[in-house]
Design a protein around this ligand. Structure first.
Ligand SMILES: Nc1ncnc2c1ncn2[C@@H]1O[C@H](COP(=O)(O)OP(=O)(O)OP(=O)(O)O)[C@@H](O)[C@H]1O
Ligand SMILES: [Mg+2]
Length: 568
C-alpha cells in the first residue's frame, strides 16, 4: 500500500488559486463560480463548493490538504447577485481554507506534522478525492515500517462515499474519550468500537452502567452484578475502599478501626490457635476476636512484627462479621506495656462507627455485591476477571459487567467500579496485560469518575483508580475508553491523559472548552462544527491525528437499548 502511486492533483478537479496566506488559514480565489457547482467525475460526486469539503493545494515542495471553512463573494459583486449571473462566470467567490496537513510533493503519503511551510500566493487548489483522504486517515498513528491494523468505523460527513478506516492503535493506544450531549450517539459509538475491536481478536471489558448493552455480541461473557450471584468479595477490597464505605471520623474512630482490622488480620493469620503467645505471656483469641483487655502487649508486638507484611498489605482480608465486636474489644485503656480494662470514652466515640459496621453487614444491597456475610468463593468477580484476561482464554473476547441492578445508594456504584479499577491497576502493574492488552470501556463514566467520598468528618477522598490507570497503564497494555455527556465530569488529570477524542454534538460552551483544552491538535475552526453535528456524527481528533476528522459513525450491528420512553 505504501508504494501505491497517487496523484493528488487532477486538473479536472481544479478550483482556483491561493490569493492570501495567513498563519491560521489561506484564502482561495475562484476564477469562476461555475467551478463551485457540484461536479461528477468517474461517477463520483464532488461538491466543490460545499463548506467542509477537502481540498489539496499544490505548493513548490510541499502539497497541502485543507478544508474549506468559509465561502463569500467579493463586496463589489454581492449587490449584483442573481441566479443567472451565478450560472455564468460573472462571479468570483473567495473561500477560506484551513490547512490540515502538509505532505511531500513527490511522496504524498509522507505527512509532515505541523505546518513546516505555507503554500505560495498563486498556488493551485483542487478538490481532493475521497481516496486520498481515506488513505491519509488509515495511516494516522502508523509508524513507518509498521503495518496498519485498521477498522472501518464510519464515513466522512463531507463525502459519505469515503469510508473512515482508522488504525486501532491510534484510537485506543493513548486512551480515548467519547463525549457529547444526550442522544448524540455515544453509546452507539461505544457499541461500534467494541464490535470492531473484538472482531479483530482483541479483548475488551465493558462496564455497562445501565444494562443497555444486552445484545448478543460475539464471544461475550456477561456478569450480572447486584443480584447476589457474582460478588466482588470484600476481602478483595482495599482498606481504603472499606473506609469509603464506613467513613470513620479521622481523629477518634480511624485509629480504632485500624487497630480492630489489624487484630482481626492477626486472628486470621494465627490460624486455629486460641491464643497469641510469647515467652509464657498470652493474649487469648475467643470467638474469632483478639481479647486485649488486661493483657500484656509483648506477644502482640512480636507477632505483629513477624507478620507485618501480611497485616499491612492494605487489603481487607479479615472476617468482616467480627469487626463490630472487635471494635468494642479495642476500646480498652492503654497502660504502657499492658492493656487495661474497658475505656468508656472510647466506647462512646465508637458507637456510631460500630453501628455503621453492623449496618453495612446487614444491608442486602451491599451484601449482594461485597458478600460481607460469606466466604470468598471460586467464582468471585476477581476470579472471573482473572480468567478472562489470562492468555489461555481464547473463548471470550468481551467481558460485560452489567451494573443495571447495582443500587445507587451508599455510593456503592462508584466504590465498586473504583475497586474493579484498582484490581485491574494492580494486574497491569504486575504485567498481566503485556502479552494481551485489554481496553476497558466505561459508558456513563460520570457515574463513576470524578467522585470523592465526603461526609461531615471525612476530608474528601478521591476514588482515583481510573486516574492512575489513565496516567500509567498505557505502557502496561491496559487502555481506557470512557464515554460521558460532560467532559467536565471527567477529572482533569484523567482528561489530560486522553490521547483521542470522539466528540459528538456538544452545545455547552464549557464542554467545548474542556475538549479544546485537553486536545492540543483540535483545531479551533473544526470545533465550530460541534454544536451542529447530527446523530452519530462526531469529530475524531487526537495526538495521533494530524487533522481532525468530521465523520459519521456506522450504526453498530448490536444497538444499545437506551430508548427514551416517548410521550404519547
Ligand atoms: N451512528 C449512528 N447512526 C445512526 N443513528 C444513530 C447513530 N448513533 C446514534 N444514533 C441515533 O441516536 C440515538 C441516540 O444514540 P445514543 O443512545 O448512542 O446516544 P447517547 O449519546 O449515548 O445518549 P445518552 O447520553 O442519553 O446515553 C440512537 O437511538 C439512534 O437512533
Ligand atoms: Mg448513552
Amino acid at each position: 500500500m505504501s508504494n501505491q502511486k497517487i496523484n493528488p492533483f487532477k486538473h479536472e478537479y481544479f478550483l482556483g488559486y491561493i490569493n492570501q496566506v495567513l498563519p491560521q488559514f489561506v484564502k482561495v480565489h475562484f476564477p469562476s463560480s461555475v467551478l463551485l457547482n457540484g461536479f461528477t467525475h468517474f461517477g463520483k460526486e464532488f461538491n466543490g463548493g460545499l463548506v467542509g469539503s477537502f481540498v489539496v493545494i499544490e505548493g513548490d515542495k510541499y502539497g497541502f490538504l485543507g478544508r474549506i471553512t468559509e465561502l463569500a463573494l467579493p463586496e463589489s459583486e454581492r449587490l449584483s447577485l442573481n441566479e443567472k449571473a451565478f450560472q455564468t462566470s460573472d462571479f468570483h467567490p473567495t473561500g477560506k481554507i484551513e490547512i490540515l496537513l502538509s505532505f511531500d510533493l513527490y511522496n504524498p503519503f509522507d505527512v509532515k506534522k505541523g505546518l513546516t511551510a505555507y503554500p505560495n500566493i498563486g498556488a493551485k487548489v483542487f478538490v481532493s478525492s475521497g481516496e486520498l483522504v481515506q488513505e491519509y486517515m488509515s495511516r494516522f498513528g502508523v509508524r513507518s515500517g509498521e503495518l496498519a491494523n485498521t477498522i472501518a468505523i464510519g464515513s466522512l460527513v463531507s463525502s459519505p462515499d469515503t469510508k473512515v478506516k482508522i488504525n486501532l492503535q491510534s484510537i485506543f493506544g493513548r486512551h480515548c474519550a467519547i463525549v457529547g450531549t444526550t442522544g448524540g450517539g455515544k453509546s452507539y459509538t461505544v457499541s461500534k468500537l467494541v464490535e470492531s475491536l473484538i472482531a479483530t481478536g482483541n479483548k475488551a471489558i465493558l462496564i455497562d452502567a445501565t444494562g443497555e448493552y444486552s445484545g448478543s455480541f460475539d464471544k461475550i461473557k456477561t456478569v450480572d452484578i447486584g443480584n447476589g450471584e457474582n460478588i466482588f468479595h470484600y476481602s478483595q477490597l482495599t482498606i481504603d475502599d472499606l473506609f469509603f464505605l464506613l467513613k470513620p471520623s479521622p481523629r477518634t474512630q480511624t485509629p480504632k478501626l485500624m487497630e480492630a482490622i489489624r487484630s482481626l488480620k492477626m486472628v486470621r493469620l494465627a490460624g486455629e490457635v486460641t491464643q497469641i503467645e510469647h515467652n509464657g505471656e498470652v493474649i487469648p483469641i475467643e470467638d474469632g476476636l483478639l481479647k486485649k483487655n488486661g493483657k500484656p502487649k509483648k506477644p502482640y508486638d512480636v507477632f505483629y512484627y513477624r507478620k507485618i507484611q501480611a497485616i499491612e498489605n492494605g487489603m481487607a482480608d479479615f472476617d468482616f462479621m467480627k469487626l463490630s465486636h472487635q471494635l468494642s474489644a479495642e476500646c480498652v485503656y492503654d497502660n504502657g506495656t499492658v492493656w487495661g480494662g474497658v475505656a468508656p470514652n472510647d466506647v462512646s466515640y465508637c458507637v456510631s462507627l460500630i453501628s455503621r459496621v453492623t449496618n453495612l453487614a446487614n444491608t442486602p444491597e451491599l451484601n449482594q455485591i461485597f458478600g460481607f456475610q460469606q466466604e470468598k468463593t471460586e467464582n468471585d468477580l476477581t476470579d472471573v476477571v482473572n480468567q478472562f484476561i489470562s492468555i489461555e482464554n481464547t473463548e471470550t473476547n468481551l467481558l460485560r459487567l452489567n451494573l443495571e441492578n447495582v443500587k445507587y445508594d451508599f455510593q456503592v456504584r462508584e466504590t465498586l467500579v473504583n475497586a474493579i479499577g484498582k484490581f485491574l491497576l494492580s494486574k497491569a502493574r504486575n504485567g498481566s496485560f503485556k502479552e494481551s492488552p485489554v481496553v476497558i470501556f466505561i459508558d456513563e463514566a460520570h457515574q463513576f469518575l470524578n467522585k470523592s467520598i465526603k461526609d461531615e468528618y471525612f476530608d474528601s477522598k478521591p476514588l482515583d483508580a481510573f486516574d492512575s490507570i489513565a496516567k500509567e497503564c498505557r505502557k502496561h497494555g491496559l487502555f481506557l475508553c470512557i464515554a460521558t455527556q460532560m467532559p467536565r465530569d471527567i477529572p482533569q488529570g484523567t482528561l489530560s491523559q486522553m490521547g483521542t477524542f470522539i466528540a459528538h454534538r456538544l452545545i455547552n460552551h464549557f464542554d467545548k472548552e474542556a475538549v479544546s483544552n485537553a486536545c492540543s491538535t483540535a483545531n479551533k475552526n473544526t470545533l465550530d462544527f460541534l454544536p451542529i453535528l447530527g446523530e452519530g456524527e462526531a469529530i475524531l481528533t487526537g495526538v495521533d491525528f494530524p487533522m481532525p476528522i468530521i465523520m459519521k459513525f456506522d450504526e453498530p450491528n448490536i444497538k444499545p437499548d437506551s430508548s427514551t420512553p416517548k410521550l404519547n
